[in-house]
Design a protein around this ligand. Structure first.
Ligand code: ADP
Ligand code: ASP
Ligand code: MG
Length: 295
């Protein structure tokens, strides 16, 4: 068993989703694979913005939601052969209608609670993971999509929920045992509390989702696929002389991420460290580049 997580840039366009599907198909040839997917790059920010606009009484939230819907529908059209599109287009539309209703409610009340914001944000990962699954299906790649909210149990601290590891591990293990499959596709970032209410794991939390699955399944490896080839001495977007760190300990990786290395969400390290699961950070756009192994 292995867990592969693909971040927002990796799944931002139809072409990128196709690249991801190819990587997944190849990787899953040697062992069963859980694929954790982030929202299409920029989606979570756009959802938050829509919620804030609605709460602030600005009807521009509708434009924002329309843009999100158009973007996802556009990806479906670019991604799938015409014969496969209609079911997925209507799935995206159903989710977007629900999103519209939630934002209409926020607008009517002039109020956005953390709980509602979690619900809003959850649509990003639900949609992106559905798109990847739809493409795998169109390619004839056997897989199982599952909603992580049914597996990851958290407390009710909306926005930064804490995972109940015991229940979560047990739910993940029971699910995989009951439904054996070579490829599982799940949305990152989201969970639910004991009442079944949607929660989120903190911004950047899809990395953490992947680590939770890896630990629960005693995976042989966790791979975080992103737009850089591993942890670097500084953020390459800010420091042109940033260099890749060839090998790094769990402890150093955790410290770097705490000090702002956005490439890894800090809570990700603990679950894999506790079981000695190797953690690789790989570049979706340069998969052959030497990646990093944190141990
Ligand atoms: P994803 O959407 O794949 O989760 P993120 O944007 O969350 O990707 O994280 C990747 C980004 O982290 C890189 O594009 C890079 O700009 C930034 N980053 C910040 N600090 C570091 C660092 N020390 N090493 C590598 N990347 C870093
Ligand atoms: N989509 C979420 C975010 O933007 C989670 C993630 O990408 O890891 O924070
Ligand atoms: Mg990230």
């Amino acid at each position: 068993m292995q867990v592969l997580k693909f971040g927002g840039t990796s799944v931002a366009t139809a072409a990128n989703l196709q690249r991801v599907a190819q990587l997944v198909e190849t990787a899953a040839q040697h062992t069963a694979t859980v694929v954790v997917v982030s929202a299409l790059g920029g989606t979570t920010d756009a959802l938050i913005e829509a919620g804030r606009l609605a709460a602030g009484g600005s009807a521009h939230y509708r434009t924002q939601l329309q843009r999100l819907e158009d973007r996802h529908l556009g990806v479906v059209r670019d991604l799938l052969p015409i014969s496969e599109q209609s079911a997925v287009l209507s799935l995206v539309k159903t989710h977007c209608n629900e999103l519209d209703s939630i934002c209409d409610g926020i607008f009517a009340l002039g109020e956005l609670s953390d709980r509602t914001l979690d619900r809003l944000m959850s649509f990003g990962e639900i949609l992106s993971s559905r798109l990847l699954a739809a493409y795998l299906k169109a390619q004839g790649v056997a897989h199982l999509w599952h909603d992580s909210r049914q597996l990851i149990r958290t407390d009710s601290r909306h926005g930064f929920a804490t995972v109940d590891s015991e229940t979560t591990n047990q739910q993940i293990q029971a699910f995989v045992a009951a439904q054996p499959c070579q490829i599982y596709v799940v949305p990152g970032f989201i969970g639910s509390d004991a009442q079944g209410v949607t929660t989120t794991l903190g911004r950047g939390g899809s990395d953490y989702t992947a680590a939770i699955f890896a630990a629960a399944l005693a995976a042989e490896r966790l791979e975080i696929w992103t737009d850089v080839s591993g942890m670097m001495t500084a953020d390459p977007r800010l420091v042109t002389l940033a260099r890749p760190i060839p090998r790094i300990s769990y402890q150093e990786a955790m410290e770097l991420s705490h000090f702002g290395a956005k490439v890894l969400y800090p809570p990700t390290v603990q679950p894999v460290r506790s079981q000695g699961i190797p953690l690789w950070i790989k570049n979706t756009f340069a998969p052959r580049m030497k990646a990093h192994w944190l141990k």
